[in-house]
Design a protein around this ligand. Structure first.
Ligand SMILES: Nc1ncnc2c1ncn2[C@@H]1O[C@H](COP(=O)(O)OP(=O)(O)O)[C@@H](O)[C@H]1O
Ligand SMILES: [Mg+2]
Length: 405
């Protein structure tokens, strides 16, 4: 134990010296060495840059080297990683895409609370910025959890969607720039009045005009809906392009999904058919009931269930409690597994072609890892028994458990 502690401290020390030598700004946060990254911009790992644009492994370095001025590349190198600023990735994206598509509205909704709507919206919005998109999050939950995640000052005094809807303010007056290319329209408890202000006789597209205005400016508009089925939620559902319903693989969530489906059916009868995706969240593969519910969801909702499953990890809660994005939290703590689920889900929703390629890549990576582990285990067992017996790797390879189908 002591030796491990010493090794860890030495590692931290050497990384600190390395970064100091390269003039990277180092900050100490809660006992870990954390980078201050790019102040108001998100750091994009080279691996993400490669995967998002399907580049060859050396391209990001060449681009950053040769087109620094054109795209505004800034670079942070740690001992084992290189990060670029999301703004440069955006400039690169804009240089690649000629057409000017309007943005899309992506709402997170499930009648059951506490299923990870706010958590997943945060990560998906941040990853969209990292992928070079301009993003706006609208907090439509009067509990204002996503607003709290971004440390908005005096949230009670801020303008919300209520003032926008009542035309008491311009949209731009309610927007907060929380990072470069990540804007937020906050919520507070007064927002619950909005549902009472909506007159159902005025139709189901009362948010459309304002959403359309946002679509001209932002590529992706993420909406955090509350867990109640009120008029605010219904108006949002009818005007969304995509609806994402996170659900735990348990009994309560199953009931919540049923109610969610009822709401969507109501919308469908009125002629609104947004793309709907159910995401199994906080999944723990060793729980038998979780496996059973995963199977049930697939039987009941078939293709609506995302193939990516978000595994349970305490890092989600830890990152939230530090009011940080999961990405920065994981980079600082050298954690990667949990980020991979977030990345895969993003590709599945927004970059389906690349998603298929990534699935194959990940399956190979997992097989290789398992084969390596099996070999290592067999070797150590053989050493113990004085007998060399290496089992076939195939028998040790199980299916990738975080893929639903
Ligand atoms: N994949 C996960 N693994 C572990 N904890 C999670 C996961 N997703 C969400 N949580 C935790 O579950 C709780 C509820 O999540 P939250 O996003 O606030 O739900 P909602 O917005 O649907 O009410 C939070 O404490 C959050 O950190
Ligand atoms: Mg929430």
């Amino acid at each position: 134990m002591q030796i491990q502690k010493i090794i860890r401290l030495l590692n931290v020390f050497f990384e600190f010296i390395h970064d100091k030598k390269n003039n990277y700004k180092i900050t100490h946060t809660k006992g870990v060495v954390g980078m201050s990254y790019f102040q108001d911009d998100y750091p994009v790992h080279t691996r993400d840059f490669i995967e998002i644009f399907d580049l060859s492994p050396s391209t990001p370095y060449v681009l950053a080297d040769k087109k620094k001025d054109l795209f505004g590349f800034k670079e942070i190198k740690t001992k084992s990683n290189t990060f670029y600023n999301a703004e440069a990735i955006r400039n690169y994206r804009l240089s690649k895409t000629k057409e000017n598509k309007p943005g899309e509205v992506i709402s997170f909704y499930n009648r059951k609370g506490g299923v990870g709507k706010t958590t997943l919206i945060h990560q998906q919005a941040v990853y969209s910025v990292m992928a070079g998109y301009k993003v706006c999050i609208i907090d439509l939950d009067s509990q204002a959890n996503i607003t709290k995640s971004f440390k908005i000052e005096r949230p009670k005094e801020q303008k919300t969607w209520l003032q926008i809807f009542l035309k008491e303010c311009e949209i731009k007056d309610a927007i907060h720039e929380v990072r470069k290319n990540l804007h937020l329209i906050p919520a507070n408890n007064r927002l619950s009045r909005l549902a009472r202000e909506i007159d159902p006789h005025d139709g189901f597209t009362q948010f459309k005009e304002d959403f359309d205005k946002l679509k001209e400016v932002y590529d992706k508009i993420f909406i955090d809906c509350g867990g109640v089925a009120d008029s605010t939620v219904f108006q949002t559902l009818t005007t969304s392009d995509v609806i994402i319903s996170p659900a735990f693989a348990d009994d309560y969530s199953e009931e919540g999904l049923e109610l969610t489906m009822e709401e969507l059916e109501k919308a469908s009868k009125l002629g609104f058919n947004p793309r709907h995706i159910i995401v199994i969240n906080s999944y723990y593969q060793k729980e038998t009931t979780a496996k059973q519910y995963k199977k049930l969801y697939l039987e009941l909702y078939e293709d609506t269930v995302a193939r990516t499953v978000i595994r349970r990890a305490v890092d989600f809660t830890k990152a939230t409690s530090e009011q940080r994005s999961l990405f920065e939290f994981c980079y600082d703590n050298k954690i990667d597994n949990v980020l991979d689920d977030v990345r895969l889900l993003w590709h599945e929703i927004f970059n389906p072609e690349q998603f298929e390629k990534l699935l194959k890549k990940r399956a190979i990576e997992i097989e290789e890892k398992k084969a390596k582990e099996a070999k290592k285990k067999a070797k150590s067992q053989a050493k113990k028994q004085g007998d060399i017996h290496i089992p076939s790797t195939e028998s040790n390879i199980s299916q990738t458990e975080h893929i639903a189908q």
